[in-house]
Design a protein around this ligand. Structure first.
Ligand SMILES: Cc1cc2nc3c(=O)[nH]c(=O)nc-3n(C[C@H](O)[C@H](O)[C@H](O)COP(=O)(O)O)c2cc1C
Length: 192
């Protein structure tokens, strides 16, 4: 049988495993400054304590704020926020100012660290404390963090499980495919 496989240019190789949920990274600075960006590259690295690795490019304003404050938020946008997610991932807070005001994003300070948490249109949020790993940060732009608080919309996540169905489609996770295209993570397949 002929193979359908063709070589993939190495510059596109990361896209083959780039389908984790795209998230919103929120951050704070001095004088009540706040910022938000999109991030497609994140992964859990430990259950207990919950730890996550996330790539935050050194060119972003977010990175500057995160390094200075040592904290950030991760909000998980639902499919209804696909335009907003793409927009905040396509402009820098260092140039456009407060993206929360600019896009009328409803956010409030998280209960433990005070980083902005977004609930409207998001399925969940996590408050994270940066774990200082200068080598990973400087060399790979990878920021490790420990989650110190989290909450989820019970219409889609409760008792430690996702409940994905047609009734909560606007909260389904979005997965960046490149070029502003996203797959919606609402198609559940159950293994035997
Ligand atoms: C869908 C999408 C996914 C992105 N993923 C990442 C990522 O994982 N890491 C990263 O550093 N930048 C990522 N970006 C780019 C940042 O969101 C972008 O540079 C943003 O403008 C930074 O904003 P800031 O300068 O206000 O922090 C992504 C952008 C989009 C649109």
């Amino acid at each position: 049988m002929p193979s359908h496989f063709q070589p993939v240019a190495l510059e596109h190789a990361s896209r083959l495993i780039n389908h984790g949920p795209t998230v919103l990274i929120t951050s704070i600075g001095a004088d009540g400054q706040r910022n938000v960006m999109a991030a497609a590259w994140s992964m859990p690295v430990e259950f207990t304590p919950p730890r996550i690795a996330i790539v935050i490019d050194k060119k972003t304003f977010t990175r500057e704020l995160v390094i200075a404050s040592g904290v950030f938020g991760i909000c998980i946008p639902g499919a209804g926020l696909v335009d907003l997610t793409h927009a905040v991932g396509s402009e820098s807070g260092s140039e456009v100012g407060d993206k929360f005001e600019r896009h009328r994003i409803d956010a409030r300070p998280g209960p433990v660290l005070g980083v902005p948490v977004i609930e409207a249109g998001c399925s969940a949020w996590l408050e994270c404390r940066l774990i200082s790993e200068p080598h990973a940060q400087d060399t790979y732009d990878t920021c490790f963090c420990e989650v110190v608080a989290a909450a989820a919309d019970a219409r889609i996540f409760s008792n430690g499980r996702w409940h994905v169905g047609p009734d909560n489609a606007a909260l389904h996770t979005i997965h960046h495919l490149g070029g502003g295209n996203f797959a919606r993570g609402g198609d559940v397949v159950k293994a035997r």
